[in-house]
Design a protein around this ligand. Sequence first.
Ligand code: PLP
Length: 409
Amino acid sequence: MSGNRTTVSKSDKLHDVCYDIRGPVLREAHRLEDEGHRVIKLNIGNPAPFGFEAPEELLQDVIHNLPDSTGYCHSKGLFPARKAVMQYTQTKGIPDVTVDDIIIGNGVSELIVMAMQALLNNGDEVLLPAPDYPLWTAAVRLSGGNPVHYLCDEKQDWQPALDDIRAKITDRTKALVIINPNNPTGANYDPALLQEMVKIAREHDLIIFADEIYDKILYDGEQHTSIASMAEDLLCITFNGLSKNYRAAGFRAGWMVISGAKYRAESYIEGLDMLASMRLCANVPSQHAIQAALGGYQSISDLVLPTGRLGRQRDKAWEMLDSIPGVSCVKPKSALYLFPKLDPKVFPFQDDEAFVLDLLRQEKVLVVQGTAFNWPNPDHFRVVFLPRMDDLQDSIGRIAEYLDRIRKK
Ligand code: PLP
């Protein structure tokens, strides 16, 4: 009887959807762990497992409010949490945001998918950076849209190539996505460049989606500018949350802020409200942490100092990677990642997933291949510099030894 049953396939909607950060390579790492190997994971930007604790006052707020958090709340989120986000947008110079313009979600991830689902018709195009945080590309595809990637220029500290953005605009282009500070490159964009991006969006009537989840993880005294603060006349949606700046990724607490030309987007905003209502509301206990986080002591500022744990780890990881013969790496100004380049003359890899798998099997070090970030060539990989210094040095040392062996072959 079982022989007659049809197989169950994923829906056609998922055919082109790809999210390789947690894909086949991670499954292989789990298999190795099941066999008893210790794998050093430089693959996911999840601070807590590496001893980066969330501020104590966040935890206390959640614990204190837990007994009153068992019911659903407003679909857009708890009022005090949204109020705190509203005040935060004021400090970033984003004009004219009310509590009603804020939706709290189960992490930025949920909101990115909602924002694309509410907007896109089949065949609509969205401009996304290459490399990107791949959820953006996946969300556009899942929503029936076509992701179109504009290049970020490694030679210009990974700033977006404006000519490439211009060249890729068509009459189907609806929106421009800006991930700033950037995952995976660690770039933090200049205000002058952001102005140029606003100009392009203005000329072509594009919505700006700004993913700013790393806006407080800045090194060497860098400052962050929210692009929405420069684009009062355009519709801007800015995303942020507790996962990185407050090391509370497991809380799944993020928010989106609608600003600028809201009057032209009534129907879209209605769509967003409907999708927010359909999932009832975001996790309520975690929302109590938002006010505590935004209003509390910003302990991330200590961690990113040259003497802070993140600052030191960034420096060491960068120095070690950049000094491997045949490898070069732009020093990240922000976020938690390095995106080194493998010189194709020295390492003529055709398939960067195969390289990452081989590195994993030989050295028990897990990184992510560059093409998983929609980078077009198999010549980059991403390293997370969250593990403790001894593990970080050990694992990058192993990457160096592995690449040495390949080079000498
Ligand atoms: N956006 C970027 C650029 C990210 O790097 C990540 C996670 O790594 C997310 C969004 C997801 O954030 P959240 O944990 O709030 O869903």
